[in-house]
Ligand binder design. Structure first.
Ligand code: FMN
Length: 302
């Protein structure tokens, strides 16, 4: 099974990826959060740092772009190539209204004839790196999926990641694994399943339901349990000492890069995931004034 760490904008930056790889491993490819492309292709300092080879030493990463403009995408793919990466991804999944209103992200799924024109132009030239896409299964309804699927099957993508929700369903609405089953049966090249995998048993259930699943992408499940990929591969659960080391190393990395207040804010956001719905833990975490108190709030006994 190929395991992708999902791109999570604002969370899975270079520091996060390196610490995760060093302490837990088990991931084949780390997705990079999207670069929002512009006419001048002027990336932000943060975007440039995130994709820099020094930031990703020792990791396999998949850069990602958000754009509806074939020329912007072509220029960016050239840039990705000069950095030495073999493959890059196009975001057809982001459901944020500020993105979709401009016809980007999952907003591109609204107008399939326009999407076809877009990909015809993208693939009219030979590409400097191979291209993959990460898509939703529709905008308003899963009924849109068969038409999207047959469109995607017409282009030579390196792989297609399918977040089995519609744009409208955002991140917590209905989940449609049958859409992935259809992708497998249609012969889409290298489909990657994405959506709500939280435990090794979830992955086993997916494989039982959709035999032929060869690759999955996991995001929030890995925030709640950083050892999840290792466990999927038959390895041990994270021990208390490992978890303390994980949060401490992340905090220190972010503190050295940004500053203490921002690092603490980031770590608190991240630690809401393992804390789950426990109100007491949430309250303790909110009040915590340093990394030690954050760790005690979430990992402490009872
Ligand atoms: C905070 C956050 C940031 C995200 N950023 C990105 C992104 O930059 N690019 C992308 O393709 N998907 C992004 N996603 C979607 C995730 O990659 C993933 O598709 C989604 O969380 C479903 O997978 P999961 O249930 O395993 O978390 C983001 C999701 C969240 C919650």
């Amino acid at each position: 099974m190929i395991l992708y760490f999902a791109p999570l904008e604002g969370i899975t930056d270079g520091i996060f990826r390196q610490v995760h790889h060093r302490l837990f491993g088990g991931i084949d490819v780390y997705g990079l959060p999207f670069h929002k492309l512009t006419q001048s292709l002027s990336l932000t300092t943060r975007e440039k740092r995130d994709i820099a080879p020094e930031e990703n030493r020792g990791l396999r990463v998949l850069p990602q772009a958000l754009t509806r403009d074939p020329a912007q995408l072509a220029a960016w793919l050239e840039y990705v190539h000069t950095l030495g990466y073999p493959c890059a991804d196009l975001n057809l999944g982001c459901p944020s209204p500020t993105v979709t209103r401009r016809g980007r992200g999952s907003g591109m799924l609204r107008d399939l004839p326009a999407l076809r024109v877009f990909f015809d132009r993208v693939f009219a030239e030979s590409l400097p790196v191979s291209l993959s896409v990460k898509t939703r299964i529709g905008c308003e309804s899963p009924d849109e999926w068969p038409a999207i699927l047959s469109l995607l099957a017409d282009y030579p993508f390196a792989h297609v990641t399918v977040h089995v929700r519609t744009m409208r369903e955002q991140y917590t609405g209905g989940l449609h694994p049958e859409a992935f089953d259809l992708a497998l049966r249609t012969g889409l090249p290298y489909p990657v399943y994405n959506g709500d995998l939280r435990t090794p048993e979830d992955v086993q259930a997916l494989v039982a339901r959709c035999p032929g699943t060869g690759a999955v992408m996991i995001g929030r499940g890995l925030l709640a349990d950083p050892a999840l990929a290792r466990r999927i591969r038959g390895g041990p659960e994270a021990g208390m000492d490992e978890l303390r080391a994980w949060y401490t190393a992340l905090y220190e990395g972010w503190r050295d890069r940004f500053q203490a207040t921002m690092a603490l804010g980031r770590i608190k956001k991240l630690m809401e995931w393992p804390g789950g719905d426990d109100i007491r833990k949430k309250r303790l975490l909110r009040r915590a004034g340093d990394i030690g108190s954050c760790i005690d709030a979430v990992l402490g006994e009872g």
